[in-house]
Design a binder for this molecule. Structure first.
Ligand SMILES: Cc1cc2nc3c(=O)[nH]c(=O)nc-3n(C[C@H](O)[C@H](O)[C@H](O)COP(=O)(O)OP(=O)(O)OC[C@H]3O[C@@H](n4cnc5c(N)ncnc54)[C@H](O)[C@@H]3O)c2cc1C
Length: 407
């Protein structure tokens, strides 16, 4: 086992993705002893992400963002309906495309700069408990698999271990996925003759991506991320691979495939409980991505910032559990309840027939057009009323909230 600075910490964070690194950064910044553990040897590798996220200003609420983390800006979206019609809407500067390898490594480095101890190649293998209370973790050095696991104590254990999270389950939290709550994803980083124009492309249709969608996101110059996320329970047992191959062929049959990336993305409503005594979950481990898109980078950071502030207050006052309850409440008020609306929308849209999807794409495009021109209330009302009624009912609940970003 590489020499750790201590055997006992204020907080041990499992997983150095965006959630874990921001959590470690906030806790270390509050003057607490923090250990951030990552089971992979290199943080951010391999990438399991299409790398689209919110704007630079949104990211900079959490951390300084050097230029090298960003590969492109996002200036709009193009919806491609099952029938092949294209609807485009410009949203200048709405987001950025990231280099996730640099981004994830940079976030962990930012946590280290605030004083967190960051260790890679070390996997959390279990929890230490005193009755209901979690009091630490057992860990294994992945390069010394025959060496016994060692125990490390902590006043708080943070499960930031991503979509494959076991920590919540070990703690008895209700984190089990239903098979329908997972987008099974496969994408390729490709080099194409098509230059990116800052517009994210979304492809819909039951032949394209059953129970999900396909995407082509520009990653700077000729580089694109092209792939699909499907609901494997709706694809007749066909895995994501053939759908991804077909979409890449349709996108650019002559493109050069640089590397394939796979993984699971979340499509889940808010969990009933994301903390316990001495334990808290953040990011994918807490089912926090946007269920309509599976986009989870921004939500992971947002959750970790809230959880970090609450946990730091609890660790300082010695009254941790009520502060973790405050985190759950604030998360739900800020983002969780919006996610629940997106979940209801996802439950509808990803079950629609191709005809319904064609109609929906057309109506949404028409509605978005009202934003750019002179508002004509009667036409707007006509377009609104021509949306599928169940979709309108589900999506209207989003109006009272102020954070509706899909990534
Ligand atoms: C194909 C695909 C495309 C996606 N595209 C986008 C996109 O364009 N935009 C977007 O916003 N989101 C996207 N997402 C989702 C996004 O990647 C996640 O929501 C985000 O990474 C969540 O961050 P996190 O920190 O919670 O988890 P992760 O980034 O998954 O980090 C968890 C970390 O924990 C480590 N770990 C796991 N178990 C242990 C353990 N026992 N001990 C120590 N370490 C452990 C893992 O190795 C990992 O590094 C995509 C997902 C997939 C699969």
């Amino acid at each position: 086992m590489p020499h750790l600075q201590k055997q006992e910490y204020d907080a041990i964070v499992a997983g150095a993705g965006p959630a874990g690194s921001i959590m470690a950064l906030v806790l270390a910044d509050a003057g607490l002893d923090v250990l951030l553990l990552e089971k992979r040897d290199e943080i951010g590798i391999p990438v399991r992400c299409a790398e689209a996220t919110g704007s630079r200003a949104e990211l900079e609420r959490f951390v300084d963002v050097p230029d090298e983390w960003i590969t492109d800006t996002i200036d709009g979206a193009r919806l491609i309906s099952p029938g092949g019609r294209m609807f485009e809407k410009s949203f200048p500067g709405v987001g950025v495309m990231l280099d996730r390898t640099r981004f994830d490594a940079g976030l962990a480095a930012a946590a280290a700069a605030k004083g967190a101890e960051v260790r890679t190649g070390i996997e959390v293998t279990g929890l230490l408990r005193d009755g209901e209370r979690v009091t630490g973790v057992t860990v294994r050095d992945n390069h010394a698999k025959t060496a016994p696991d060692i125990a490390l104590r902590a006043r708080l254990v943070v499960g930031a271990d991503g979509v494959e999270s076991l920590i919540g389950r070990w703690a008895g939290l209700p984190t089990l996925w239903k098979s329908t709550q997972i987008f099974s994803c496969l994408e390729a980083k490709v080099k194409s003759r098509r230059e990116g124009d800052g517009v994210l492309e979304f492809y819909f249709g039951n032949d394209v991506a059953p129970g999900g969608y396909g995407w082509a996101f520009p990653g700077g110059g000729p580089i694109w991320n092209v792939g699909v996320g499907i609901d494997a329970t709706r694809s007749g047992r066909v895995p994501a691979g053939p759908f991804a191959e077909r979409l890449i062929d349709r996108f650019d049959p002559d493109c050069e495939k640089i590397e394939w990336l796979g993984g699971a993305a979340c499509k889940s409503p808010s969990l009933a409980k994301i903390y316990g005594e001495g334990i808290v979950l953040v990011g994918d481990a807490a089912h926090q991505p946007n269920p309509l898109t599976g986009g989870g980078i921004m939500n992971a950071m947002e959750a970790a910032a809230i959880a970090g502030e609450c946990a730091a207050a609890g660790l300082r006052s010695g009254n941790l559990t009520p502060e973790l309850a405050r985190y759950q409440k604030e998360w739900h008020r800020n983002v969780g309840r919006v996610n629940d609306v997106y979940y209801r929308m996802a439950e509808l849209v990803y079950r629609y027939s191709d005809d319904q999807l064609d109609h929906l794409c057309e109506r949404i495009a028409s509605l978005l057009d009202h934003q750019s021109g002179r508002v004509r209330p009667l036409l707007f009302l006509r377009d609104l009323l021509s949306l599928p009624r169940d979709f309108v009912l589900a999506s209207l609940r989003i109006i009272p909230v102020n954070r509706w970003a899909i990534f």
